[in-house]
Write a protein that binds this ligand. Structure first.
Ligand code: DHE
Length: 508
C-alpha cells in the first residue's frame, strides 16, 4: 500500500518564534514568562507541558493555544524546548548588572513595620499555585499581606539578621529583596538563567547565588549590586561545574559552596580580616612569583572523592554533611562528613536514601546531638549520632518524604510522606526522646507537607499542598487543628524568629 501523504514534521523553531518568543524570550531564557530551557524544565512532564500549551495556565498570562496549534505542533514544541539552546545562552556580569532594578530604595522607607503584629513571629508563606507570597501573623494566624512573586521560587527565603528584609530566589535566577516592614519590593536582580539557591551572610551585607546556568557563583551587596562572580571551575580552569548549593556558615563568617560536577567543596570568607589562603597560590606577574590568595573572598577548596549535590552543617559549623545522588536509577545515594577545618572527608554518613538535605534537623538526645533526615526514596527517617556519625535509629514512616521540622520547645518532630502515592496525606509525629512515631495527622486524599513552628513552638503550621490548598495551624501538643487559611499550593512557610535565630528544629 502506498504511504498516505504524511504531513511534514512541524517546524518547532518557527512555531516558537511566532507564538512563544515574545513572552519566553528569543533565546528561551525567559521574559514575562519563565525560561524554557532543559535545566528549567527538568521537573515538568511532557504531558503536563502539552496541557499547559493547549489549555494555558489559569490566573497567569499564559494563554491557551489549543485552538491555534495542532496536537503534533504542540508535541513538537514540547520536544524542542527540552533540547539545549545552541549556542548556549550567555549571562555575564554585564547582563546581571543590567537586569537590576530598585523600585523602592530603602532610605525612603519607614524604619518600623507599617502593620501591627509581632514582626518576629511573622510567617512568610510561598504559594507556588499562583506564584504569590503571603505574610501571616503568627499570633492571630491572620493574613497581613499577599503579593506576586517571581515564577517558581525554590528553596528557603533568606532573612537579614534583624528580620526586616527577606530575599527570595527563583529557579529562573531572579533574586528579590522584599521589605517585610514596608511591604515593598526593594530591589531585584537576575543572577543567572537557572539558579539553585541563595544565601545571605550572617551580617546581612552579602547575598550569594549558586547557578546551574551559567556555571557561576555571583556575589551581591545587600542592595543586590553585583560585587563579583566566580566561574565554578577546577583550579586549572579546565572543568566547569554547575553549583549545587550555597549556605552561610555564620560562625565561620563564610559561604560554603557545593559543586555538582567537580569533587570540590568551596569556602569563601566574607570576613575582611580572613587570613590569606596559602594553598590557593596564584602567580603574581608583577612580582614574578606565586603569592597566597587573599583570604577575604578568596576560594578555599576542599578536594573530595565525589561531588556533592547538597549539604547541611553540624550545630558548630565545623562539619558539612553532604549527599551525592545515585549515578544510576538502581544505584545508591552516598553521604559523607567533611571536616571544614582540616578540609577532608572524615566519615561516611549512613543514610538509607538521598535526602532533600536542607530538611535535616538536629536535637539533643541522651547526652549527644542527633541528626534526623527524611529521604526521598525510603520509608523512614534516619537518625545519626553526630559524635560518632553512626546510625542510632530508623524511624518508620508510611512513605518517603521531603521535609522534617521541630522546635527546641517541642517534644515532637514532624515529617511528611509526600512522595508516597498512598500516604502523601499523612504527617508523622515523632517523639524526640524515644525516637518512636507517636501519632499521625491526616488530610485524607490530599497532600500534606512542610511544617514550620511558631516562634514559641506552641503551634505547628502545615501545608495542604494543592492548588486549592490551605495553611493548617495545629496545636503542637494536642495535635488538634486550631485554624485553617485557604492558600494556593503553599509550598513552604518560614517563621522570621526561627530563621534569624537558627532555631535547631528548622532549616537554615
Ligand atoms: Fe527543593 C529547599 C534541592 C525538588 C521544595 N531544595 C531546597 C534546597 C535545595 C533543594 C538544595 C535548599 C536551598 C535553600 O533553602 O537555600 N529540591 C532540590 C533538589 O535537588 C530537588 C530534589 C530537585 C530539583 O528539582 O531541584 C528539589 N524542592 C523540590 C521540589 O520538587 C519541591 C518539593 C517543590 C518545588 O517547589 O520545587 C521542593 N526545596 C523545596 C522547598 C525548600 C527547598 C519548599 C525550602 C525548604 C525549607 O523549609 O527551608
Amino acid at each position: 500500500m502506498a504511504p498516505s501523504a504524511a504531513r511534514a514534521e512541524p517546524d518547532a523553531a518557527a512555531l516558537y518564534q511566532q507564538h512563544c518568543a515574545a513572552c519566553h524570550g528569543a533565546q528561551r531564557t525567559g521574559g514575562m514568562g519563565p525560561a524554557l530551557l532543559p535545566e528549567s524544565l527538568e521537573r515538568l512532564r511532557p504531558t503536563e507541558a502539552q496541557r499547559t500549551i493547549a489549555q494555558g495556565r489559569t490566573a497567569t498570562q499564559m494563554p491557551a493555544f489549543g485552538a491555534q496549534l495542532a496536537a503534533d505542533e504542540i508535541a513538537a514544541l514540547v520536544r524542542w524546548i527540552h533540547q539545549p539552546v545552541q549556542p548556549a545562552p550567555r549571562w555575564d556580569e554585564a547582563d546581571i548588572r543590567a537586569s537590576r532594578t530598585a523600585p523602592a530604595p530603602t532610605a525612603a522607607l519607614s524604619s518600623r513595620p507599617v502593620w501591627s503584629a509581632d514582626p518576629m513571629n511573622l510567617f512568610v508563606v510561598v504559594e507556588g499555585g499562583d506564584h504569590h507570597v503571603s505574610l501571616v501573623d503568627g499570633d492571630r494566624f491572620e493574613l497581613i499581606a499577599r503579593f506576586p512573586s517571581r515564577y517558581a521560587l525554590h528553596g528557603g527565603p533568606k532573612f537579614t539578621p534583624e528580620g526586616r528584609f527577606v530575599f527570595f530566589g527563583s529557579r529562573d535566577g531572579w533574586i528579590t529583596k522584599y521589605d517585610l516592614w514596608n511591604l515593598r519590593v526593594v530591589a531585584e536582580v537576575r543572577a543567572g538563567l537557572n539558579m539553585r539557591n541563595i544565601a545571605v551572610s550572617s551580617d546581612g551585607r552579602h547575598v550569594m547565588a549558586a547557578n546551574y546556568l551559567p556555571r557561576t557563583l555571583a556575589l551581591f551587596d545587600a542592595d543586590l549590586n553585583l560585587q563579583r562572580s566566580w566561574a565554578a571551575t577546577t583550579r586549572d580552569g579546565r572543568t566547569a561545574s554547575r553549583v549545587s548549593a550555597v549556605y552561610d556558615a555564620a560562625p565561620r563568617r563564610s559561604f560554603v559552596v557545593a559543586m555538582k560536577d567537580i569533587p570540590e567543596l568551596w569556602e569563601i570568607s566574607y570576613d575582611p580580616q580572613a587570613a590569606p589562603i596559602h594553598d590557593g597560590l596564584v602567580h603574581d606577574h608583577a612580582l614574578g612569583e606565586a603569592i597566597a590568595t587573599p583570604g577575604h573572598l578568596g576560594v578555599r577548596r576542599t578536594l573530595l572523592d565525589e561531588p556533592l549535590d547538597d549539604f547541611f552543617f553540624d550545630p558548630a559549623y565545623r562539619h558539612a554533611l553532604g549527599a551525592t545522588r545515585p549515578k544510576t536509577e538502581a544505584g545508591a545515594a552516598t553521604a559523607q562528613v567533611v571536616n571544614l577545618d582540616i578540609r577532608r572527608k572524615i566519615a561516611d554518613l549512613p543514610l538509607a536514601g538521598m535526602p532533600h538535605l536542607g530538611s535535616g534537623i538536629t536535637w539533643a538526645w541522651k547526652g549527644t546531638t542527633v541528626l534526623a533526615s527524611p529521604n526521598l526514596k525510603g520509608q523512614g527517617v534516619d537518625v545519626i549520632d553526630m559524635a560518632t556519625w553512626k546510625p542510632v535509629a530508623t524511624i518508620p514512616t508510611p512513605g518517603p518524604g521531603f521535609f522534617m521540622r521541630s522546635h527546641a520547645a517541642s517534644p515532637y518532630a514532624w515529617t511528611d510522606s509526600m512522595m508516597s502515592p498512598t500516604a502523601r496525606d499523612t504527617l508523622t509525629v515523632i517523639d524526640k526522646a524515644t525516637l518512636q512515631p507517636v501519632a499521625t495527622v491526616r488530610e485524607p486524599g490530599r497532600t500534606l507537607a512542610h511544617i514550620e513552628f511558631t516562634r514559641d513552638g506552641r503551634h505547628a503550621l502545615a501545608s495542604v499542598w494543592e492548588d486549592d490548598g490551605a495553611l493548617i495551624v495545629y496545636d503542637a501538643r494536642t495535635l488538634q487543628e486550631v485554624k485553617r487559611l485557604p492558600m494556593r499550593k503553599p509550598v513552604g512557610k518560614y517563621n522570621v524568629w526561627n530563621k534569624i535565630t537558627r532555631e535547631e528544629g528548622t532549616s537554615h
